[in-house]
Design a protein around this ligand. Structure first.
Ligand code: CTP
Ligand code: CA
Length: 226
């Protein structure tokens, strides 16, 4: 570890990172999920710990070992559970990095027993909207420095800048998914946007990208909160 990693800005700071997908149960054996592997979020948590931060990692259902040196890991399954865990952990945090792919909707009801197939008939699932974790944090008067992620298949910059503004974020990390990059892969390429700037992080291993992301977060944090 380079001694100047993160310029010591994050030393002792409380950083909460969410990672992975959420699973929204339909019945005891089925769920709605997404392709997030959690690798980027886990790499970000590891990089923040290497920069000297006290890291709480809130993880959706992933098959990943905890990064070394994190202070705490909270495993959750649904978006509602992630919302509750992040809200509690972020209450006294300096920085929240929302790397999780939070499910936007959940089934209205979770069936107590396995749904039975009705042969020859269509099945319609009614979905309710999940709370937006980042937007609910930014609506609070005193809130941590907020970093979001945006995985897009098109119009990356305009969608990312829209989310930066709409969710009241300090920074957003955007990437194009598809074409063998993004979810489920070891590599990624990210563009960071903040209100009056941007930075290109070219295709690299997620561990390298995570450290570059943490460097940028440290410098923006210092600029607006230091
Ligand atoms: N996010 C969140 N809570 C949600 C949904 C998303 O905190 N219920 C966060 C994600 O962790 C991510 C950022 O918001 O950091 C952007 O997520 P994304 O799914 O791209 O944004 P949405 O507003 O849900 O837009 P979209 O219609 O593109 O899914
Ligand atoms: Ca979404």
């Amino acid at each position: 570890i380079v001694a100047s990693f993160g310029d010591r800005v994050l030393h002792g700071k409380k950083v909460v990172v969410s990672a992975g997908p959420t699973y929204e149960d339909i019945d005891p054996v089925r769920f709605i999920g997404n392709r997030s592997s959690g690798r980027m979020g886990f790499a970000v948590a590891e990089a923040a710990a290497q920069a000297g931060a006290q890291v709480t990692l809130v993880a959706g259902p992933v098959g990943l070992a905890s990064p070394p040196n994190i202070a705490k890991r909270i495993d959750v399954r649904s978006a509602a559970q992630m919302h509750a865990a992040v809200t509690e952990a972020a209450a006294d945090a300096d920085i929240y990095i929302g790397a999780a792919a939070v499910g936007d909707y959940r089934p209205n009801t979770i069936a107590a027993h396995k749904l039975k197939k009705q042969a020859g008939a269509e099945l319609t699932l009614q979905l309710a909207e999940n709370p937006d974790i980042l937007a609910s944090l930014s609506a609070q008067r005193a809130h941590p420095f907020l970093v979001g992620f945006a995985a897009e298949t098109q119009n990356v910059e305009s969608y990312a800048r829209d989310k930066l503004q709409r969710k009241g974020l300090d920074m957003i990390a955007a990437n194009q998914v598809g074409d063998g990059m993004g979810f489920e892969t070891a590599d990624n390429a990210i563009t960071l946007y903040w209100v009056d700037g941007s930075a290109e992080l070219p295709r690299a291993d997620k561990a390298i990208l995570a450290r570059q992301l943490i460097e940028h977060i440290a410098s923006r944090y210092k600029a607006v909160r230091g």
